[in-house]
Design a protein around this ligand. Structure first.
Ligand code: FNR
Length: 402
């Protein structure tokens, strides 16, 4: 019996190392409607009041399966929700009578000069959200002078992204298959001019992406034009794996990683090494001992384990364990300027956004990404001013209570 396009799509998802498996479910409860969001549909980026307005429009624009891929957490989205509510457990302690007429957000991270500590996290398959895919995001980060991390499972190559940015991008790494696959990706990223490789370590096993499954089964389209096996394997459709010999058989190697992998990576590349997906003090300490140049606190935007712990709640223990030895980057759940401020006050050196810039991309392409970056930076500057912290160095632990 021939399989339906939808079944084939589900099978494809199950076979994708970075997409993970879908689950069995019965309702659309907890479908990702986020705080403060209503169903008003904006017509132009400048009409947005906050980043959730881009979410509303992105949800309307995207095919159900693609929206499901973007929005999903794992199990009942416990971690996804906790990523937002945990911010509420930290309150702000503003200081008065500080001159904040001039706000300065610039800084440096791993020898990269930053205009703002708000970075763009690696997200796979931008072409699923807009025809211009990663190139639209690259152009937006060029015009806004923002740092972009390119996913290893991007739909555009690092070379094309760097050309569109007119500046280097950081390369994220999912090591699949043999070490030779990793080595080829490293050499290619170095040649292209990436100064930093971001090793993602938080997808050790399959994660149960129930919400994705719910949206996929509601999607009535024929998805063969993009997802059929005739278009090659998963890795054939991911330019950063071209020529590496990666096969889906190699996916188990992700689960086979131990700390020695970080040391080996460090020895094998001239790029700085960031370890992404750390949520505990012990692992943060291990990152530094095994040579990481930065520790990246993240729970993959609630897409890894359904721990139910918000990422921001992990930040203080990681910062304490790192103890200033290397920079700390934070993501998962950042939606407002106050979130950025709280993360920096708790000790992060930079903060990344994931879904919000993809909402902008899906809603309005490059202009939407630019608008999201502008909005979060404007909100962050407003909070800095209100909190009496005119520079990044002025943002201190005393600015937040719990
Ligand atoms: C991701 N994330 C991710 N991380 C990574 O290291 N490589 C990747 O390819 C991807 N792909 C990806 C796809 C989608 C659709 C999402 C939503 C997330 C995780 C990402 O880098 C980041 O950690 C989270 O998105 C941050 O959480 P928020 O901002 O989305 O809540």
């Amino acid at each position: 019996m021939p399989t339906t396009p939808r079944r084939r799509f589900l099978r494809y998802l199950a076979a994708s190392p970075a997409l993970c498996t879908t689950g069995i479910a019965t309702s659309l409860a907890g479908s990702g409607w986020e705080d403060g969001q209503d169903d008003f549909l904006i017509d132009a980026p400048e009409d947005a009041l906050d980043v959730f307005d881009f979410h509303t429009r992105a949800k309307k624009m995207l095919p159900p399966a693609h929206y499901g891929y973007l929005a999903t957490g794992t199990d009942g989205n416990e971690t996804l929700h906790a990523n937002r509510t945990a911010f509420g457990e930290f309150y702000l302690r503003p200081r008065r009578m500080v001159d904040t007429l001039r706000i300065e957000t610039s800084g440096e991270l791993l020898d990269t000069t930053l205009d703002s500590p708000i970075l763009l996290a690696p997200i796979g398959s931008h072409n699923a959200f807009h025809a211009d895919g990663e190139l639209a995001v690259a152009r937006a980060t060029r015009s806004r002078r923002s740092l972009m991390m390119l996913s290893n499972v991007a739909t555009r190559s690092l070379e094309d992204v760097i050309a569109a940015r007119g500046a280097p991008a950081w390369q994220q790494l999912y090591p699949v298959g043999e070490w030779s696959v990793t080595e080829k990706i490293l050499r290619r990223a170095e040649r292209a001019g990436a100064p930093v490789v971001v090793l993602t370590v938080d997808l050790n096993g399959d994660s149960n992406r129930v919400m994705l499954g719910r949206y996929v089964r509601r999607d009535e389209r024929n998805c063969d034009a993009c997802h059929s096996d005739d278009r090659g394997s998963y890795f054939d459709r991911r330019p950063m794996y071209h020529g590496t010999g990666a096969t889906l058989d190699g996916r188990a190697v992700v689960a086979g990683m131990t700390w020695d992998f970080v040391a080996r990576l460090k020895e094998s590349t001239s790029m700085k090494v960031v370890v992404k997906g750390i949520v505990t003090a012990d692992d943060a300490d291990a990152c530094v001992r095994y040579g990481a140049d930065a520790v990246y606190v993240s729970n993959h935007g609630g897409r890894a384990e359904a721990s139910g712990r918000g990422a921001i709640a992990s930040l203080p223990e990681v910062v304490a364990a790192v103890n200033g030895r290397v920079p700390v980057i934070f993501d998962s759940g950042v939606r407002r300027g106050t979130d950025v401020f709280k993360a920096l006050a708790l000790g992060a050196d930079a903060v990344s956004i994931g879904r919000p810039y993809i909402w902008g991309l899906a809603a309005f392409g490059q202009a939407g990404v630019e608008a999201v970056i502008d909005m979060l930076n404007a909100e962050f500057r407003m909070v800095m001013s209100q909190m009496g912290a005119p520079t990044i160095a002025d943002i201190r632990r005393e600015h937040v209570g719990a």
